[in-house]
Design a protein around this ligand. Sequence first.
Ligand code: AMP
Length: 212
Amino acid sequence: MNFDELPLLPQLLTAVKACGYETPTPIQRDTIPTVLAGKDVLGCAQTGTGKTAAFALPMLDRLTAAPAKKKGAVRALILTPTRELALQIGESFELYGKYLNQRSTVIFGGVGQAPQVAALKKGVDILIACPGRLNDLVGQGLIDLSHIEIFVLDEADRMLDMGFVHDVKKVIAKLPAQRQNLMFSATMPKEIEQLAAGILHDPAFVKVDPVS
Ligand code: AMP
């Protein structure tokens, strides 16, 4: 299968070609059409499988296709456990969204909040965040999550291992009930299945083997 066979916007296909990708990875092949159709997804996949493009490409497509309901509102949230992952995902959105007008920013703790708050004030469509700093900024009234259309919980098992379950649930409580949910985890222990059951609605299940 070729990327051109996926019903993605031409601007996204151009960006993907510029990255040197020729064929979608298995998780991309399975996830992209499902996300484009507006369905929830539970993905069992590790980093290295092409997971980021699997959610970023169809998200950018959907956000571009439908105008924002409220001007300036954050429309998509990607929750990820570490600063490194957040930065990597942020770079991917920049790369894949190069020919589109969606604005993204990354927020994480351990650094001053001023530059992050300044970026938020300029207006952001896509927010990539670690849970602690996100709750902090939401608590200060600096971020409104009530217009989120697409929510991604990335590396859910690591999130639980790192003790972020309370923070994650606090974030989810702030999201509107009507939204699309994507959840990715390298492993699927019982706790993850329970968490997924509370977040996802009739999800498509996508599983890929780790890259060797
Ligand atoms: P990820 O699993 O999202 O961290 O992606 C792992 C690596 O694979 C990244 O360096 C991507 O740039 C690269 N990648 C993602 N999708 C493709 C693809 N379809 N073809 C070639 N490389 C890819």
